[in-house]
Design a protein around this ligand. Sequence first.
Ligand SMILES: [Zn+2]
Length: 294
Amino acid sequence: MPTDPVYTVGKARVARVVDCQIDTFRPTDLMPDWSAAHEALLASLPETLSGDGRRMVLSIHSWVVWLDGRIILIDTGVGNDKPRPFAPYFDRLTTPYLARLAALGVTPEAVDCVLHTHLHVDHVGWNTRLIDGQWRPTFPNARHVFSAREYAFFRDPANVGNRHRTSFQTQQDSVTPIVEAGMADMIEVYGREVIPGFSFHATPGHSADHASIMLESGSAKALFSGDVFHHPVQVLAPDLLSIFDAEREMTLRSRSWALDVAADEGAMLFSAHFPASSAGKVNRHGNGFSWSFA
Ligand SMILES: [Zn+2]
């Protein structure tokens, strides 16, 4: 497997740690409004398709950032051994995620901070691992920063239902153990800097209080967009929602904000699920946007 690139954002370095890849979904499965017109857009992104060209490949990964002597992780994948009966492609995985992290020279103990765009199953999993039958924190010296509102949403019995059943299960084994260990910093998301260089920006819609995380170092910017996008075809056709987006209008507003920031402020976009390198640039193109992997 070729080594992933290490990107430079000002004084920061950024690299990906893959947890897993899935190619479960055809476009029509993932995007309810898929039409023939989107096929031509998708054909311009051949590196995002399965070998038979019929399914979209999605990557599940963390981004690791080295900045001023600190090591920061953004999102933590699905994790190993977790029972996910309602999401079979994530059920009881055994991935070499920690070995991949080690290959970058990062031990779990060395991670200073874990930042979460949101609290879905594929973004918090490696927060914990199964040791002696208990879900224990994987990164024992890390503060874990995430939205207080997002956590409250998944604690509220009024929100239990089919759409959120995996998310509720996820909190029990991957988030609540971190809270109970006193390792969580639950924040209000309104664009402020939460640790030096990193700010959380409200991009709700996909989930109740989804955040996009901005890294700024000198004049350089990067946007960790979480699930504002699932696939780069949504840069070309921003009105294409995925089945995982909870609320349409907010999702579209959040996506519009992210596209403007990426295109107009020159922020490199580090996606949560694009395949290939998962990172790239958004440019204005006519009345819309284009995407190029970096
Ligand atoms: Zn996701």
